[in-house]
Design a binder for this molecule. Structure first.
Ligand code: HEC
Length: 407
């Protein structure tokens, strides 16, 4: 019963999380696109900045944007905040339920750091808070400086955090940690910056004061950041089904490249929505970066120690023994035991035992010995006529490899 209950809790929470996320990201996409599509016109009301006409679901919509605020407070106002909060709360609940409660499976890697569960949780929460605080300070400082300086600083911050966490946590834990850091930055932008700013504007309107335009400018900056972060965050959130991508040594670089790709894709749509010519040039850097990711994910997989040992053994075996035995095996076994067997109708090496290179032979030597020195099992029916003195040479190889292995 307990398992069933757990299963339902996780699925329902995830369901809720995804729905809240769709509502939030959907409105973020919508409003950025709306903002970019605003046009000037002569009959716009006082203090307005632009208008847009849209058609959806059987009706026409006429939207007008007031850059700071309208002169008078409207009687009804829809706020967009619960979508963001609900996404974060449900996301954090999932993180706690799956990653924190199962930290030994999903976060801790004892070969990196043999952390206690609670230590892993503290390190994760500290990182989430740290990410937001540093990002927020960067944005505040950068209001006076160049936007590219800010973008590069945030990019470096995330890449460094991503690297540090991949050194401390398991690869899966590190990936989710960075997803959480980014998601938290996005929600905190809404909770701590955008909504409080809008509240101040509403308060000055109600007090018949002129609202300070700085709140609108700051909110616009943060909301644009959120827009650029959405794609990478979603990538990270769905990536835990793909171990070849998240569970390799350089997955932290993959995150930083995805940040750039996600931003390029958003850039494409953001420019397109202004009505300008879509920047198709982004496809070139995207293709290059995507190929780079593909390549990097292959680099970081486990290095099979066996192969290293084998190389060493091969170096030390008496040359005559190795060459002699290898020649025999290639001549008498490799017509079947090859990646592309010559034997009729054979599509793979039998039992996937390849015997084509020195490494193949050394790695399979115990089995070769069993099949063709201790017995006449191979070649089957002695079809390739393996002579006794040839079996003797294979035996010599077996003996010297085992001597080296036991040293
Ligand atoms: C005519 C094709 C053929 C040739 C030649 C041949 N083998 Fe095989 N080998 C097979 C087949 C088929 C099997 C799978 C047998 C089975 O299904 O149990 C096999 C299986 C093996 C296995 C795996 C056994 C196991 O169950 O783990 C080894 C090791 C092996 N062969 C070594 C050799 C060696 C060494 C030679 C040369 C001296 C050799 N084979 C030559 C066809 C061949």
């Amino acid at each position: 019963m307990l398992y069933l209950f757990q299963e339902w809790t996780e699925l329902v929470l995830r369901w809720f999380h995804v729905i809240a996320g769709i509502a939030w990201i959907g409105s973020s996409f919508y409003f950025i696109a709306l903002d970019l599509s605003l046009r000037q016109s002569k009959n716009l009301p006082d203090k307005s900045h632009g208008e847009a006409w849209q058609v959806h679901g059987g009706g026409f919509y006429h939207l007008v944007k007031y850059l700071v605020a309208p002169s008078k407070m409207p009687s009804e106002l829809t706020w967009f905040k619960w979508e963001a909060y609900a996404t974060w709360v449900s996301g954090f609940a999932l993180l706690a339920l799956i990653y924190y409660a199962g930290a030994e499976l999903y976060m801790i890697d004892i070969l990196k750091y043999d952390l206690e569960k609670y230590e892993a949780v503290i390190i994760s929460i500290l990182g989430i808070v740290f990410g937001w605080v540093v990002y927020d300070v960067m944005c505040r400082i950068s209001l006076k400086t160049n936007v590219y300086v800010l973008i590069s600083s945030v990019f470096i911050l995330i890449t460094v955090m991503s690297w540090i966490y991949s050194e401390i946590f398991s690869y899966r834990g590190a990936f989710m940690q960075i997803g959480t850091v980014l998601g938290t930055i996005m929600v905190a932008n809404v909770l701590m910056i955008i909504i409080p700013g809008q509240k101040k504007v509403v308060a000055s309107l109600l007090a018949n004061d002129t609202p300070n335009p700085i709140h609108g400018a700051i909110a616009k900056q943060r909301s644009l950041h959120n827009n650029y972060l959405t794609l990478p965050v979603i990538f990270i959130m769905i990536s835990n089904h793909y171990p070849l991508i998240y569970a390799t040594e350089y997955s932290w670089i993959i995150i930083s490249i995805i940040l750039i790709i996600g931003a390029l894709v958003r850039h494409f749509f953001n420019v397109k929505h202004t009505g300008a010519k879509a920047p198709y040039w982004v496809t070139f850097p995207i293709i290059i970066l995507a190929s780079l990711i593909f390549y990097i994910s292959d680099l970081g997989k486990p290095k099979l120690n066996q192969i290293k040992d084998t190389a060493l053994i091969i170096k030390k075996i008496p040359k005559k023994t190795l060459i002699g035995a290898k020649e025999i095996i290639i001549a008498k076994c490799a017509m079947c035991h090859a990646q592309e067997p010559l034997w009729d109708d054979m599509r793979y090496a039998p039992k996937l035992v390849n015997l084509e290179t020195s490494t193949d032979i050394i790695n399979n030597i115990d089995n070769i010995y069993k099949q063709s020195v201790l017995s006449y099992a191979m070649p089957p029916g002695n079809i390739s006529m393996l002579e006794e003195h040839e079996r003797y040479l294979i035996n010599q190889l077996y003996l010297s490899v085992n001597k080296l292995k036991n040293q």
